[in-house]
Design a protein around this ligand. Structure first.
Ligand code: ADP
Ligand code: MG
Length: 689
């Protein structure tokens, strides 16, 4: 490789590199690349095996192939039932191919005649022409001549694939050679992993797909090890382990009175989970427990019992919910159960000033149980004696937020509740060292929600069911993906549908979405709870926790816009009383994947089985909602596919910290740097020096 002048150093600003001017430096900065070393971890989105590029003239029906060709012509036409059909005719000089897309109202404009694109898909025949329906595609700026396996990078601004790839080829090997290996040689060999510098270069420019996998495995391991170290380090520091905890009183008088006063008996699953929680609570060691249970399995009762145990021991409990609406709901339920027992429940909205009566009641210990959203972890919210923290619907919270809340007490017990079925090993790794309890049954008489798939054309069926329910004195939800009509979205929106249904008349309607002021939301919800609203038109804001037993029918518009887990959560809102629930999934006929997902919903009713189906259909990526997790860490690792690596990394992290709790050993210098880098803001100042 021809190098002119000084060699590039890891810490150099990218603008210092040959060929990078201020404009490109700015574009690179948008990709998070500021220093030369950042280029190393600008991971390719994927690789393209250019050895599979086939000239159009050699394509045959039934082949799966990659084609690099220029757009000759773009036509759109409206087809009933299929919306807009776009035909993009492309050519590479050896032949002509029609690339077709359905539902392509907005897609068509991405194809510019004269520009070059890559298409990958199955070859078919339409009329006398070869065609490809819904191939994977992207714009490119290289003729199909590049050979071998080439990286495809994310782009920004005016960067082109060709330019970025050339820059990478020029600097990556050099930069990679300068990096230190965070794994001590001995451990690296034990794990059978290649050296990191090799892996860095190879992930960008692999010679073979096998090499690419080996490189990926190595870099994934580093990523999960850094995460595991970070999580364990934080926990060591911020109290969970080792510190003296509070011995709660899970058989105290308030707990016993609550149990006696509940209108139902605990299910066997609830009973078992409560015993596990109670055992932890009683010990003077901080609890860290994850409570998993499908939607409607009755996790809230256990939270209430735990709160009583804390109150009986003389301390305060905080219950944190992901949304205002849920916090309201939680506060309402807890008040109904606990206030008759003389336990004061406060609701913190985050709108209170520091001198507000509620905040003072919390600070002075007059409020025994405090319910709220993230507002609870604001600076300045003080508790008199916080000894228990309950986090509801955990998947919306990141590790960092959680540790900020626990840091408000001395060593409070922690109970995390979620309806997301997370495999045990994964939970352990990403949440640190939580123990786990599972509620594996549902309250008696709960029948699965009957789920019906309806085409747009037959949406009347769904609305007739809503009418019938209203006539019987029951209530219904209509859920839309968006609040208002907006550019580029053909999907139904809550405001529009609400207006339309109002014009039709014959039902008492309510509208609920996230852009409404909190007081208004609460008022609507209250009227729905009291039965003054028959049909609630809403966004997915009703997804979690909303509990109105008289609601029996739900219509989900454009159901294909929601994820499987989300749909399962949504339909869990109906059939919570004695009348079984029905859920209508309204959607246009969609891709194979969409249809498979909707079908899984119709057939499966257990959250765990659905999560597994989702994994099979969509692949591991988004399934567990980990991306929104606040664990910015995962760039390469796939929490399902790389479960093994997660497990090994967790064990290794524990071993490393046991021998070197501060990572001060020179052997661990690079690891320490990576961990501090990953933790960023989350690191308390005290461990930085
Ligand atoms: P989730 O686990 O989804 O948070 P909830 O705690 O909201 O579920 O409970 C759902 C509904 O079931 C609530 O109305 C609750 O009062 C009720 N419930 C909880 N446990 C039982 C039980 N053992 N028997 C009957 N109903 C129950
Ligand atoms: Mg709940």
């Amino acid at each position: 490789m021809g190098r002119t002048g000084a060699r590039v150093a890891l810490g150099d600003p990218v603008a210092r590199l040959k060929g990078v001017g201020p404009r490109r430096a700015a574009d690179l900065a948008r990709l998070g690349v500021e220093r030369a070393e950042d280029l190393l971890t600008l991971w390719p989105r994927r690789h393209e095996d250019r050895s599979r590029v086939v000239p159009i003239g050699l394509l045959g029906v039934g082949m799966t192939a990659t084609v690099v060709a220029r757009v000759a012509d773009v036509r759109t036409r409206y087809v009933p039932g299929r919306d807009v059909l776009a035909t993009v005719t492309v050519t590479d000089g050896t032949g002509v191919l029609d690339v077709v897309f359905f539902h392509a109202r907005y897609l068509a404009r991405h194809f510019v005649p004269g520009r070059l694109y890559v298409f990958s898909g199955r070859v078919d025949r339409r009329g006398h022409r070869l065609s490809m329906a819904h191939p994977a595609w992207e714009a490119t700026d290289e003729e199909g001549t590049a050979a071998g396996i080439v990286p495809v990078y994310p782009l920004a601004g005016e960067l082109t694939q060709r330019w970025l790839r050339a820059l990478m080829a020029q600097v990556v090997p050099d930069l990679a050679a300068q990096t230190a290996d965070p794994l001590p040689e001995r451990i690296r060999r034990e794990l059978g992993l290649p050296p990191r510098p090799w892996a860095l270069t190879t992930l960008h420019f692999p010679r073979s797909l096998e090499d690419k996998e080996r490189a990926r495995a190595r870099l994934v391991f580093d990523e999960v090890l850094v995460l595991a170290l970070g999580v364990q380090w934080l926990r060591l520091r911020e109290g969970g382990q080792g510190g003296p905890g509070v011995a709660q009183r899970p058989d105290g008088p308030t707990v016993r009175r609550l149990l006696a006063q509940l209108p139902f008996a605990l299910t066997p699953g609830q009973q078992r989970a409560w015993e596990e929680i109670a055992r932890d609570l009683a010990r003077p060691v901080p609890m860290a427990r994850l409570l998993q249970g499908d939607v409607g399995s009755g996790k809230t009762v256990l939270a209430a019992l735990a709160c009583c145990a804390a109150v009986d021991a003389g301390g305060q409990a905080a219950v944190m919910a992901p949304t205002e609406l849920l916090a309201d709901q939680q506060a309402m339920v807890l008040r109904r159960w606990l206030e008759p027992l003389g336990v004061t429940v406060a609701r913190l909205t985050g709108h209170e000033g520091p001198r507000s009566p509620v905040r003072r009641a919390v600070a002075e210990g007059r409020a025994a149980v405090v319910v709220g959203t993230q507002a609870l972890i604001q600076e300045g919210v003080r508790f008199a004696d916080l000894t228990l923290v309950v986090v509801d619907e955990q998947h919306r919270f990141g590790v960092r937020q959680r540790s900020r809340l626990t840091s408000k007490g001395r060593y409070p017990d922690l109970l995390v509740m979620t309806a997301t079925p997370i495999p045990r090993t994964l939970a352990l790794t990403i949440y640190g060292d939580l123990e786990r309890s599972v509620i594996d049954d549902l309250p008696p008489g709960r029948r699965p929600v009957k789920t019906v798939r309806v085409d747009q054309r037959h949406r009347r069926v769904a609305y007739e069911a809503v009418r019938a329910a209203v006539r019987r004195g029951e209530q219904a939800y209509v859920v839309c993906p968006f609040v208002e009509e907006s550019e580029g979205r053909s999907a139904r929106n809550a405001v529009g549908l609400y207006e339309g249904m109002r014009r039709v008349g014959g039902w008492r309607l309510g509208l609920l979405h996230g852009r409404m002021p909190p007081a208004e939301k609460e008022a609507v919800m209250e009227r729905f709870r009291q039965g003054a609203i028959d049909v609630l038109v809403a966004t997915s804001i009703v997804e979690v926790g909303v509990d109105v037993p008289n609601a029996t029918v739900m219509v989900i518009e454009d159901a294909d816009r929601f994820g499987l887990a989300q749909l399962h959560q949504l339909r869990g809102r109906v059939g919570r009383g004695t009348v079984p629930g029905t859920c209508y999934l309204v959607a246009d006929p969609g891709s194979e994947e969409t249809e498979a997902r909707l079908k899984a919903l119709v057939e499966l009713h257990d959250g765990l089985a659905l999560a597994e189906a989702d994994l099979r259909i969509r692949g591991p990526g988004e399934v567990l909602g980990l991306r929104q997790h606040g664990l910015a860490g995962f760039q390469l690792a796939d929490p399902i596919r790389d479960l093994d690596a997660l497990q090994r990394a967790r064990a290794l992290a524990r071993e490393i910290l046991a021998g070197d709790p501060e990572l001060r050993d020179p052997e661990h210098a690079e690891l320490r740097r990576l961990v501090l880098d990953a933790l960023g803001q989350a690191v308390p100042a005290s461990i930085l020096h």
